[in-house]
Design a protein around this ligand. Structure first.
Ligand SMILES: [Zn+2]
Length: 322
């Protein structure tokens, strides 16, 4: 029997594990929501239990696996699988030997841990829109912004393993929007889900009207990726202005990535791509305005080709890279 991959997607609200074939097809997946209030040791136990139940359910053992990959929402020191920071999990992940503590529970199968955006990047390269290219960049735009860079078929990691953190690159230093990292004007503050309400407030101040009853006072309650999409479908001027501002900022980031890496393709994923063609068209248009005649070969900007279960498929693909 051909060996399978196991991918574990550890998110802030949902912990899921799936069995994935070598060609990137999910054959079974299970999840739990019990981990959210646990510390790092408790989460390791939840992961081990989840993988064990998945194997039992499919009448398999760890010997049937080629590897277990875990995608972590935060910084990971890739060399030893230590987590450095976590964006949305409870405390206890600062300098935590995550990979080693999971590995203890398995005898033969090797465990891999990486940042979830890196994991999704590798899956996109292996199975998605980046398939067939030696170099590519993946940028995920959702609550926050993450990215990964493939150079010559390998993830670029840098000294720590955090290369590609495009969300914290500063694109508007004069901005008064403060990022979670403490700096002003990071790409995240201009484009991602966490800052949509702040973008809305600035737009309202500049005189843009909302037909959805959004005001400076209630923006934080009313504005999110989904309500902006609804507004967009409804012809709401404020929603359109938010989408365009996010797109323009993403375009600046993609332009900077183009100048740094000259990739043949940049793939976009994450919840905000549900805004659809108006979003990607604006990104492409702004990107080309910036790139002018410096673009000697075409560079593609596409949406992800891996939809559902991208987190699991990404994590499962990590053993193939390592
Ligand atoms: Zn930042």
């Amino acid at each position: 029997m051909e060996k399978l991959l196991c991918g574990v997607d550890l998110g802030g609200t949902k912990l899921s594990a799936g069995l994935v074939t070598l060609d990137g097809t999910v054959i079974d997946e299970i999840c739990t929501y019990d981990h959210t209030q646990k510390d790092s040791d408790g989460i390791v136990m939840d992961i081990v239990t989840l993988v064990d139940s998945l194997l039992k359910k499919n009448a398999l053992t760890e010997n049937n696996l080629l590897g277990i990959g875990v995608g972590f929402a935060g910084h990971v020191r890739y060399k030893d699988g230590t987590t450095i920071t976590s964006s949305n999990l409870v405390a206890g992940f600062k300098n935590y030997p995550f990979k080693a503590n999971i590995q203890k529970h398995f005898d033969t199968v090797k465990v891999f841990v990486d940042n979830d955006a890196n994991a999704q990047t590798y899956a996109e390269y292996k199975y998605g829109a980046g398939k067939g290219y030696d170099d590519m960049i993946f940028v995920t735009i959702s609550t926050g912004i993450g990215a990964g860079i493939i150079c010559n078929g390998k993830l670029l990691r840098g000294i720590t393993g955090t290369a590609g953190e495009v969300g914290h690159t500063i694109i508007r230093p004069e901005s008064d929007r403060k990022c979670g990292c403490g700096n002003y004007g990071c790409l995240m503050t201009q484009a991602c889900g966490l800052f949509l309400a702040d973008i809305a407030i600035d737009k309202i101040r500049s005189g843009i009207k909302s037909k959805l009853g959004v005001t400076i006072e209630n923006a934080h309650e009313k504005i999110n990726g989904v309500t902006v999409k609804m507004g967009l479908d409804d012809g709401d001027e404020l929603s359109k202005a938010i989408v365009f501002e996010s797109a323009d900022s993403i375009a600046i980031a993609l332009y900077n990535l183009f100048q740094l890496y000259n990739p043949p393709i940049i793939v976009l994923g994450g919840g905000l791509i549900n805004w659809g063609s108006i979003y990607i068209d604006r990104i492409r248009e702004k990107f080309h305005l910036l790139a002018k005649d410096m673009l000697n070969d075409q560079i593609k900007i596409e949406f992800t080709a891996i939809g559902k279960s991208a987190g699991i498929i990404g994590a499962a693909s990590l053993p193939l890279e390592g």
